[in-house]
Design a binder for this molecule. Structure first.
Ligand code: FE2
Ligand code: FE2
Length: 469
């Protein structure tokens, strides 16, 4: 099969010889990376996966058994919008760019590389999880997320190859060379270097970190650089499933704890092999806070430049009244010799914080749904998002300590109470101990409930992954 037949696409790959040659060169390196750093131990198995084969409604979700290395990583852009304009910033109202505007070239490349780097990073972080999957259903969902993150890398690589010439090509190689958690060539952003050693971390990552992805993609979908906008709009359709995997995964962990508390009339669910809600809360504290850092500093001249240039907008920019954001202000907390005080900063410099607000509101909804379930079991416990100041490494709060309610702590107080707030060695060891593989059809580990529905109308008792060995 020729390369362009193997790569489902709507970018006219067959007639774009230059792009085809570039991808021909890149593909073997990608495959080498996939074998080295993709899901370890399951490459020969048949997995019931969804593949995007076109962007038409219904056409993009084709389900079948496929071996992961044979997955058809495609290149898709959402259909063009007629007469699209730059929707914000200094070029507001001009025609959207089909080619990279020379003056913004470096900025744009940086945006695309930063986004692109997160995609293979998460695959690397999750590569060993298959060995401890709680069911075939979960195993399949993990692999679905993994192959789609692989496709998201393709999406960014497509932009680099088709719009950035030689430097673009070099970037596409470096995207395959950095490694999550490596000390000499780490991934670019912090959360993407955190280890994901257990399934609760995986569900937290897909709830909170993939949701950061959603908001970054929503901001890039507003971009005046039309190919970036169209690429990210299509990626968002896949991202929704990743967050479903996360939210329903944590939900099923919570449900199992509640079930066992009710059944055994014992609040100490660890005695019955489930994960206690207090530990779930500490995992939330960790993954929410590291994901908040991904939005960048509260006051950011980069964010202001991205906005002025028309490259990265706000969440639902269209719904904003003023697309120039020149005279607005945003109130942030600052720290000075007198302690904490509030200050107004120019709105363009606060764009990271504006996007972070939208993200936090979305996370609140998710917690609301988990709490409803806890209530249904009549259990007096409420999961909470920690304050945005808690456990930050980046921005105004990065060099200070706070408790989950946002109250300042001294360094000593923080050290003494750290394990109250974040998963400590005991939590991690306990959760890790629960992580034994359940790879039999229709079976599930004791620490998590079955999902309400299977995939694509199939029952939970379906062979979602056909093991070869
Ligand atoms: Fe992604
Ligand atoms: Fe994702």
């Amino acid at each position: 099969m020729s390369l362009y037949e193997k790569i489902p696409n709507n970018v006219n790959l067959s007639s774009d010889k230059r792009l085809l040659r570039a991808l021909e060169h890149w593909l073997p390196n990608y495959m080498k990376w996939w074998y080295d750093m993709g899901p370890a131990g399951f490459q020969a198995d048949q997995v019931y996966l969804r593949t995007a084969v076109s962007v038409e409604p219904g056409g993009w979700a084709h389900f079948d058994y496929v071996k992961m290395p044979d997955y058809r990583w495609g290149i898709f852009l959402a259909p063009p919008e007629k007469d699209r304009i730059v929707g914000f910033g200094d070029s507001y109202g001009k025609r959207a760019w089909q080619e990279v505007p020379g003056e913004f070239r470096n900025m744009l490349r940086r945006i695309i590389v930063t986004q692109g780097d997160t995609e293979p990073a998460s695959v690397e972080q999750q590569r060993l999880l298959g060995h401890s999957a709680p069911s075939l259903y979960d195993l399949r969902n993990l692999f679905q997320v993994n192959v789609e993150e692989g496709r998201h890398l393709w999406a960014m690589v497509y932009l680099l190859h088709s719009h950035f010439g030689r430097d673009g090509r070099e970037e596409t190689e470096e995207l395959l060379e950095r490694r999550s958690g490596s000390s000499d060539k780490p991934r670019i952003l912090g959360a993407f270097n955190e280890p994901i050693d257990d399934w609760l971390s995986f569900f937290m990552f897909t709830t909170f970190t993939d949701r950061d992805g959603k908001y970054q993609l929503l901001a890039l979908a507003e971009s005046g650089f039309d190919p970036l906008s169209r690429t990210t709009r299509f990626m968002l359709t896949e991202e929704a499933h990743h967050m479903f995997v996360g939210e329903s995964g944590v939900g099923r962990v919570v449900q199992r704890a509640c079930e066992l508390m009710r059944e055994t009339k014992d609040d100490d669910v660890r005695r019955h092999g489930a994960i206690d809600l207090e530990a779930v809360q500490r995992y939330i504290n960790l993954w929410f806070s590291v994901s908040l850092d991904l939005f960048g500093g509260e006051i950011s001249s980069n964010a202001a430049s991205f906005f002025s240039a028309g490259l990265k907008g706000r969440y639902k920019e269209e719904a904003c009244e003023d697309h120039l954001a020149l005279d607005g202000h945003y109130r942030v907390w600052q720290h000075g010799p007198e302690g904490w005080y509030q200050e107004d900063v120019p709105l363009r410099n606060a764009m990271n914080e504006v996007l972070r607000d939208a993200y936090i509101a979305d996370c609140e909804n998710t917690l609301g749904r988990w709490n409803k379930m806890i209530q249904r079991y009549g259990i007096p416990f409420e999961l909470r998002l920690p304050d945005r100041r808690f456990h930050r490494r980046i921005g105004l709060y990065g060099s200070h300590h706070f408790d989950p309610q946002g109250r300042p702590l001294s360094a000593e107080q923080w050290e003494a109470r750290r394990d109250e707030f974040l998963p400590g060695e005991k939590d991690l060891a306990y959760v890790k101990n629960l992580m034994v593989p359940v790879h039999e059809i229709g079976q599930i580990a004791n620490w998590i409930s079955k999902p309400a529905h299977g995939i694509k109308g199939l029952p939970f008792e379906f062979e979602y992954v056909r093991r070869e060995q």
